[in-house]
Design a protein around this ligand. Structure first.
Ligand SMILES: CC(=O)N[C@H]1[C@@H](OP(=O)(O)OP(=O)(O)OC[C@H]2O[C@@H](n3ccc(=O)[nH]c3=O)[C@H](O)[C@@H]2O)O[C@H](CO)[C@@H](O)[C@@H]1O
Ligand SMILES: C=C(OP(=O)(O)O)C(=O)O
Length: 416
């Protein structure tokens, strides 16, 4: 299995530009099956999760072409509404096809997704909402079978503002007669991007980005062209790379309101951060100040997808930090690996206490999940000598050519 070898100690300096957001492009790719026509999507990251989505589209009969960062998908000839286990195992978020398939065909059969590296990830809210929308759901032999019984709108109150459940309801409701309302929906920027994509396709969705979304049913959709929003989590990850190496970096193509919660925490560490047009510049302090508390919350709170990377930074801060992980039950697997590198971390349930140390030591560590893996690379950039990070296929799920981006900033990192 592929690994990264990082020689720590280089200050990262320079300017980078990253591709679009993984968490936008994945539901948008699923949404392309709604219009029975062509979708052209720009700013698509070349990551393994996108490749799995493309494989699923091809499996169900779509024409797909990727040229540079532009993905063209024609869904006219889709001939299957079934997604087998092999795909869902590779990528849990393929569950987003539930809403898309129900919208296109009124029925689907998708393998049940298990938990994943960050803990159990139930889909009860997805299924409860679809069932309130008139979809009959049968769970048999590890598969979920959905059959739409009627085409009438309804009001959904989510018990938790789940990103995936909000997306599935939006997709399923696009062609439903009347106005479907989702209360307590997710407000993440990727929800707004999906709504914008669907609206450009002819849907009528209002309120995305707020806690109530209204989907006014339409009869007809058409071809669409769309650019994916910048990846706020990849941007945050590379900002931390600048901070942890006492560096100075500029990232082009950012949307300030999407990264405010990350930037405000990085400012607490003493980093000077400025927005210049659509770029962000970070100048790291000599000593990283510790942050008292980092609480992960739904947007606009601090994102769980940046928790591990901030923890890596806190291992070298000048004091103690409490991280409170409120979104996922088991998103602390990176702690043990950071401890192997000399970090001082105590985990108790949803809380991790990180006491800053003077230095980290290069070690052999394993990436167990996407962001945990990124955190280990960040720690390796600042550690003494060599860090070997195993199982980097997790990192490849969400970061395009991480080693090339870091090398362009002066890091010493190779893929082996
Ligand atoms: C592809 C994608 O966009 N992934 C993101 C999405 O995942 P995802 O859409 O899976 O995350 P959710 O917002 O649904 O999950 C948030 C919390 O709700 C719980 N829950 C969710 C659904 C459900 O039916 N029942 C239930 O209990 C989950 O277990 C978790 O504890 O949002 C997460 C939270 O911002 C991010 O970390 C992921 O990167
Ligand atoms: C948890 C993540 O993604 P996914 O929902 O695709 O597993 C992530 O992007 O950090």
């Amino acid at each position: 299995m592929a690994k990264y070898i990082v020689q720590g100690g280089n200050k990262l300096e320079g300017e980078i530009r990253l591709k679009g957001a993984k968490n936008s492009v994945l539901p948008i790719i699923a949404a392309t099956i709604l219009n029975e026509g062509e979708s052209v999507i720009h700013n698509v990251p070349n990551i393994s999760d996108v490749k799995v989505m493309i494989d699923i589209l091809k499996y169900i009969g779509c024409y797909v072409k990727m040229e540079g960062d532009t993905l063209t998908i024609d869904t006219k000839n889709v001939n299957s509404s079934e997604i087998p286990e092999s795909f869902v195992r590779k990528m849990r978020s393929s569950i987003i096809f539930l809403g898309a398939m129900v919208s296109r065909f009124g029925h689907t059969k998708i393998s049940y997704p298990g938990g994943c590296e960050i803990g159990p990830r139930p889909i009860d809210l997805h299924l409860k909402s679809l069932s309130q929308m008139g979809v009959n759901i049968e769970e048999t032999h590890g598969y979920i079978k959905c059959n739409k019984q009627h085409n009438k709108a309804c009001e959904i109150n989510l018990d938790f503002p789940s990103v995936g459940a909000t997306e599935n309801v939006m997709l399923a409701a696009v062609k439903t007669n009347g106005v479907t309302k989702i209360y307590n929906c997710a407000k993440e920027p990727e929800i707004t991007d999906l709504a914008n994509f669907l609206n450009s396709m002819g849907a009528d969705i209002k309120g995305a980005g707020n806690s109530c979304i209204e989907i006014h049913g339409v009869n007809k959709l058409h071809d669409v062209e769309h650019r994916i929003i910048p990846d706020r989590i990849a941007i945050g990850t590379y900002l931390v790379a600048g901070a942890i190496t006492n560096g100075r970096i500029i990232i082009d193509d950012i949307i300030p309101s999407h990264i405010n919660s990350i930037v405000s925490k990085l400012r607490e560490t003493g980093c000077e951060i400025e927005y210049i047009n659509n770029k962000v510049q970070l100048i790291a302090p000599k000593t990283i100040h510790s942050i008292d508390v980092i609480k992960t919350l739904p947007h606009p709170g601090f994102p769980t997808d940046m928790q591990a990377q901030m923890m890596a930074l806190m291992t070298l801060a000048n004091g103690a930090c409490i991280i409170n992980e409120n979104i996922f039950e088991n998103r602390f697997k990176h702690c043990e690996e950071l401890i192997r590198m000399g970090a001082n971390i105590n985990v108790n349930g949803k809380l991790a206490v990180i006491r800053g140390v003077d230095k980290l030591m290069g070690a052999k560590v394993e990436s167990f999940d996407l962001r945990g893996g990124a955190a280990l690379v960040l720690a390796g950039l600042a550690a003494d000598e060599y860090t070997e990070i195993d199982s980097i296929h997790h990192i490849d799920r969400g970061y395009e050519d991480m080693e090339k981006v870091l090398t362009s900033l002066g890091a010493n990192i190779i893929r082996a």
